[in-house]
Design a protein around this ligand. Structure first.
Ligand SMILES: Nc1nc2c(ncn2[C@@H]2O[C@H](COP(=O)(O)OP(=O)(O)OP(=O)(O)O)[C@@H](O)[C@H]2O)c(=O)[nH]1
Ligand SMILES: [Mg+2]
Length: 351
């Protein structure tokens, strides 16, 4: 009696341990994505893993398209059709995908080997993206950045992360609370200021945003700041009064420090559709945006959207947002990104 219950207990322990090991094995495999392609982007960091999962869908779509294009009996027309579908499936956008395939057709790319076609595709993708995606630097402090975009795109969060990034580089950063419109917006920026340990210049809710940013820039100069980052209220193209206000904001900033803002970052949510993208084009004209921050790339699983945004906006994607945490912001570089999309060995992303 005693012996059999002892054996049962032993079996429970053995089976339990094996089960736990099996579960652990499955979890580790899932985390490492060992059944898929090798991780290419910042896989040691959680945010990198988010971007990686975003790109694995894109990579899979492109790989499948290339495989179909090289089926033995595929005609030339079928080859280009397969590529077009693959690019659209990889979220590169219909218009951009058509243009890319047109470029490949014009150069007769499908008559070569698969490797040659992949290389031609790489060239087409890269030619639509700016090689220089670095943030503007300035010898003379302060560098003034203005952050604009539609409601909820991630402006304030990006400012917090960017402040953290500059601070880590040893720079003195000041934030200016130019969103005096939305209730709670000033406090939101102040919370970010506290979180990353940088001062925030703010007025009351409802105050003139141009006046706040003027004060912020003047404070930045007098307090010897290296970087001043200016928040603004979210707005839509149709809100002509708010868009005009943005024009005024830029003129007043130039009075506080001639030549500024030096960098105008247009923050776009990667999950938005084509309509919202054309909305965003309005910002380019009103404030002379110098670069794009593409946020929420962690949630979309659609890395290819970077190509569509860059191509359609005609502005470099300079930074990508991969989450809500303070470290979830990455400098964007086109070449390693495209290589990662095409599963070329050099594909990796800077942190
Ligand atoms: N997953 C994810 N969420 C983000 C990212 N960036 C911002 N968010 C979230 O998006 C929401 C809106 O972010 P905000 O920074 O307040 O956006 P905003 O553009 O300042 O919004 P308004 O000031 O209202 O126009 C918040 O819940 C953020 O946490 C990102 O890269 N990934
Ligand atoms: Mg905001």
């Amino acid at each position: 009696m005693f012996e059999s219950s002892w054996i049962i207990a032993l079996m429970v322990v053995v089976v339990g341990t094996m089960g736990a090991l099996a579960i652990r094995h499955v979890l580790i495999r899932a985390a490492l994505d060992v059944d898929g392609e090798p991780p290419l982007i910042g896989e040691s960091e959680p945010a990198g893993a988010s971007m990686l999962s975003g790109l694995s869908r894109t990579r899979a779509a492109l790989a499948a398209g290339l495989a179909r294009a090289f089926l033995k009996d595929a005609s030339e027309a079928e080859r280009y059709e397969a590529l077009e579908e693959a690019l659209i499936g990889a979220d590169v956008g219909v218009q951009t995908s058509l243009e890319i395939v047109e470029g490949l057709r014009a150069s007769g790319a499908s008559s070569g080997s698969e490797a040659e076609l992949r290389e031609a595709l790489r060239g087409e993708l890269l030619s639509r993206m700016d090689a220089d995606t670095s943030l503007i630097e300035r010898d003379k402090a302060p560098l003034v950045l203005l952050v604009v975009g539609v409601n909820g795109s991630g402006k304030t969060t990006t400012i917090g992360k960017l402040a953290h990034r500059y601070k880590k580089e040893g720079k003195k950063v000041l934030l200016a609370a130019g969103d005096t419109f939305r209730a709670g917006a000033i406090e939101q920026l102040q919370v970010w200021g506290e979180r990353v340990g940088v001062p925030v210049v703010a007025h009351q809710e409802g105050a003139d945003p141009a006046a706040v940013l003027f004060d912020g820039i003047r404070a930045g100069i007098s307090r010897g700041m290296d970087v001043v980052i200016c928040d603004t209220a979210g707005r839509l193209q149709a809100q002509s009064q708010l868009m005009d206000e943005l024009g005024k904001v830029v003129r007043v900033m130039d009075k506080a420090l001639p030549g500024c803002p030096h960098e105008v970052l247009l923050v776009l949510d990667a999950t938005i559709g084509q309509n919202a993208l054309s909305q965003a084009k309005a910002f380019k004209d009103v404030v002379g945006a110098t670069g794009i921050v593409l946020t929420k790339l962690d949630g979309t699983a659609r890395g290819g959207v970077v190509v569509a945004v860059q191509a359609q906006m005609g502005l470099p994607v300079k930074l990508i947002g991969l989450g809500e945490g303070v470290d979830d912001l990455r400098a964007f570089e086109a070449a390693p990104f495209v290589d990662a999309m095409l599963a070329l060995p050099s594909g990796s992303l800077q942190s």
